[in-house]
Design a protein around this ligand. Structure first.
Ligand SMILES: [Zn+2]
Ligand SMILES: [Zn+2]
Length: 275
């Protein structure tokens, strides 16, 4: 299988000295029996262009990925990717970034809404109900804008705020993805299908408080009912130990829904393999 969403020590959310080199990730991926991994370090364009986060060292990543492609040829497909987040906030610069390297795969991502930085680093617990309801609504409409921007391959972790709403103590019943997920995500899933993007099954939730893939089984079922067949799997590993984590469980869930194939990418060309 291909793990289409992984992070090396270059991702700015990994404390210095705690992450893994690209080479270490590759060695671990081979040990875990993966066929390929995409290195998709964070490029949160709002925080980076505003000076809130250090700039991503894209040249060093490109060099190390190219070296790893050579070194592990025949043993592991090493794919050059990027997790490009908040493209809706800087669409022109985001397109320049997407075209700046010969990427194999680009993840279209959204970690926050305009006026805030990543939910993971924001004190959400201090928000009033009106604020967190409004942020959720803005998150969904910003995602439509990311899709309209469109210079990506895979739409990632579409239920991302829920992960942090739970961690930061916002009541469990908001957003009510279990009962209202279809209502929240119908325009997003239809746009993904219409425009030929791939929907990510992000398994990180299975090792976190949310306890389910992002998105969950019911949303994959809804996507399938709407005609969606195009799914990518990613662990969102920030450390080698999480590469390919919970893929067995997640693929069983996807197969139960009806999916038969998963997407893989090279030079931004999509192909499918059977699960
Ligand atoms: Zn992300
Ligand atoms: Zn990620």
């Amino acid at each position: 299988m291909f793990d289409n969403h992984t992070h090396s020590q270059y991702s700015c959310d990994i404390p210095q000295g705690e992450g893994n080199t690209i080479r270490e990730l590759c060695i671990s991926a081979i040990e875990k029996g993966l066929e390929g991994i995409a290195i998709t370090d964070h490029y949160d364009i709002d925080g980076m262009l505003d000076g809130h986060y250090p700039m991503l060292d894209s040249d060093s990543i490109a060099r190390e990925v190219m070296e790893a492609k050579e070194e592990f040829k025949g043993k592991l497909k090493v794919l050059h990717g990027i997790e490009l987040a908040q493209a809706n906030q800087y669409p022109i610069e985001a397109t320049e970034k997407a075209n700046s390297q010969p990427y194999d795969i680009i993840l279209g991502s959204l970690h926050t809404v305009k006026g805030m930085y990543d939910f993971g680093t924001t004190d959400l617990a201090k928000m009033t109900k009106n604020e967190y309801v409004s942020i959720w609504d803005r998150y969904l409409s910003d995602m439509i804008d990311v899709i309209k921007w469109g210079n990506f391959d895979v739409l990632t972790h579409i239920t991302y705020p829920k992960r942090y709403y739970l961690i930061k103590g916002i009541p469990d019943d908001f957003p009510d993805i279990k009962n209202k997920g279809r209502e929240y995500f119908e325009p997003i899933l239809k746009a993904v299908i219409d425009k030929g993007f791939t929907l990510e099954c992000n398994t990180s939730g299975l090792r976190q408080k949310i306890g389910e893939c992002l998105p969950n089984e019911d949303l994959f079922r809804f996507y399938y009912e709407l005609g969606g067949r195009d799914v990518s799997i990613g662990s969102d590993a920030h450390f080698e130990r999480h590469l390919g984590a919970n893929f067995k469980e997640a693929t069983e869930m996807l197969k139960n829904v009806g999916f038969k194939y998963l997407a893989k990418f090279e030079s931004r060309k999509k192909d499918f393999y059977k699960i």
